[in-house]
Design a protein around this ligand. Structure first.
Ligand code: PLP
Ligand SMILES: N[C@@H](CCOP(=O)(O)O)C(=O)O
Length: 517
């Protein structure tokens, strides 16, 4: 029995009863979601159908009648179609194509297109804000487009995703002259970065493979701090050993303590991220350790749901621009893939223009873009406050180029001063962002100044990690500890514990803030 093909649990009318597939694929708006047909899926019932008072959400999901769906996905070489002669089941342990290139998870788009755009929009919308397993997660609410065949019992989820899309009113108006600027706070999440979105998918698949007795003793990654945090948390939740390779002294204390606390084997290695990445690739080809970096295309499947979420949050209106900070470059492609699937399946009629923003100290993609995509050269990335993107030899370079070429995209860069000032300005308007988001805001500022982005354009800046993970760099900035950087520093004022001293400070402060008439 192939467990994977039996489950497609669902709750309400929409969740349980997928409507008939549209018969006319050209007429994507023709389908009513109230149709209680079960085509194309016959119904099966799970064995234990009796509710009990002690049921948990997984029991409930298991007990409900489950429509068998016909959706499938497989690995194909990156940029090859579903009919590619080279393909692999997602249950195989494979990261690279025969030619050594990247792989991509390819969904059976024909099967998905049997349901029109309205069906998918309504289905996804109906799952937001619920506790239904596994759809309460922003990632698994799109399960049919992510890992359609996985059994819900195998899913390892913290109900990640559904992150805040915040209207940056004051930053927009005051600093970039815009009314329609939004920040997608992917870092306000379980482990404090967008990596949760991809990691729930990867660790769920590992969980499934281990139950199938595939030889996987643990899961490993190289990391600049966020992948390792997400990997160790999801593995700890599932009881799977995790191993993380970290460049010694190159990640923040807050990031380091995450895998330590979650019980991972933490190797602090005297090299940079690219050195750690090379080592983990060698190790995972020798030992039964599954590779969790975004070289593994499963990760992209979860990360792409952030793009779908953005469209959902705008009531399926497409923003003009989406700006994403880039390092190993899986995420820029994930956004592209999410938007593209929504367009191809009729949920929206276009995709946004994408901007990938890099730190000038770690800018191999920017240099490639600037030389007209003529020659890619890996570099040795220099130290940057945006430490999670200090990467000189990104594994997803081909994916990023594809995403940018096909979205009329742009690459920008930010100096250390620019990115730290942008972070400080954003924080001064009530946000608390990471330096990588400062890189993306710098790109926005540059494109506004050059007139490429217009004042009335709708722009989404993707915030990739929580500011609390990077408190050290904020402290250095505001304490004046960074030579030549700190224009917007707001250091604490030391004051004697007496009334007069406190009053003196407050008078100066209030005078400086008083409205000028
Ligand atoms: C906080 C943060 N922002 C941005 C990125 C860049 O994402 P990607 O490596 O997918 O380009 C990373 C990781 O690389 C990250 O940890
Ligand atoms: N910023 C990443 C770098 C590795 O990226 P990945 O997406 O390939 O895992 C990190 O936090 O480690």
């Amino acid at each position: 029995m192939v467990v994977s093909s039996l489950f497609h649990p669902s709750f309400s009318t929409i969740l349980f009863n997928p409507p008939k597939p549209t018969t006319n694929l050209n007429n994507h708006r023709s389908l009513s979601i109230t149709t209680a047909s079960l085509d194309p899926s016959p119904i099966t019932t799970t064995n234990n159908n009796t509710p009990s008072a002690s049921d948990n959400i997984k029991d409930k999901a298991r007990r409900h009648p489950s429509a068998v769906n016909n959706f499938t996905a497989k690995y194909v070489p990156f940029n090859a179609g579903f009919d590619s002669p080279e393909s692999y089941s997602l249950d195989e342990i494979v990261y690279r194509s025969n030619s050594g290139g990247l792989l991509d998870v390819h969904h059976d788009m024909e099967a998905l297109a049997k349901f029109d755009g309205a069906y998918w929009r309504n289905l996804f919308d109906s799952r937001v804000g619920k506790t239904t397993w596994p759809y309460g997660s922003g990632v698994w609410s799109k399960k049919e487009w992510v890992l359609p065949e996985i059994h819900p019992d195998d899913i390892v989820s913290a109900f990640e995703g559904n992150s805040n899309l915040f209207w940056a009113e004051r930053f927009g108006k005051q600093f970039v002259g815009m009314n329609d600027l939004w920040v997608k706070h992917c870092g306000i999440s379980h482990t404090g970065s967008f990596k949760d979105l991809g990691m729930t998918v990867l660790v769920s698949q590992v969980n499934r493979l281990r139950k199938m007795n595939r030889p996987l003793v643990g899961v490993g990654c190289a990391s600049t701090g966020d992948t390792s945090a997400a990997l160790s948390a999801y593995c700890a939740s599932a009881g799977i050993p995790s191993i993380v390779f970290l460049p010694a002294n190159k990640i923040s204390t807050a990031q380091l303590i995450q895998p330590v606390s979650n019980g991972a084997l933490v190797l602090s290695i005297d090299t940079d991220f690219d050195g750690c990445m090379k080592l983990i690739r060698e190790i995972t080809s020798e030992l039964p350790i599954y590779l969790a970096n975004s070289l593994n295309s499963l990760r992209i499947e979860g990360q792409k749901t952030a793009a779908i979420e953005i469209l959902q949050q705008f009531d399926w209106q497409v923003p003009d621009w989406v700006i994403v900070p880039g390092g190993n470059l899986g995420n820029i492609y994930a956004f592209y893939k999410g938007f593209k699937m929504c367009k191809d399946l009729g949920l929206v009629d276009k995709i946004p223009r994408l901007v990938c923003a890099q730190a000038a100290n770690a800018n191999p993609l920017y240099l490639y873009y600037k030389n007209g995509w003529k020659e890619f050269k890996a570099i040795t990335a220099e130290k940057t406050f945006a430490s999670a993107i200090q990467i000189g030899d990104p594994v997803s370079i081909d994916r990023a180029v594809h995403a940018l070429k096909n979205s009329d995209g742009i690459v920008e860069e930010a100096s250390e001063e620019e990115l730290m000032d942008a972070m400080a300005l954003a924080d001064s308007t009530g946000m608390f962002i990471c330096p990588h988001t400062g890189v993306a805001l710098t790109a926005l500022n540059k494109l506004r100044n050059s007139g490429v982005i217009g004042s009335s354009d709708r722009v989404v800046v993707v915030s990739t990690a929580h500011g609390l993970k990077f408190a050290d760099s904020k402290i250095d900035y505001h304490s004046g500890n960074i030579p030549g950087i700190g224009r917007y520093a707001n250091p604490p004022v030391s004051v004697k514990a007496d009334f007069g001293s406190v009053m003196d400070v407050l008078k100066d402060f209030l005078l400086s803030k008083a409205p000028k008439y």
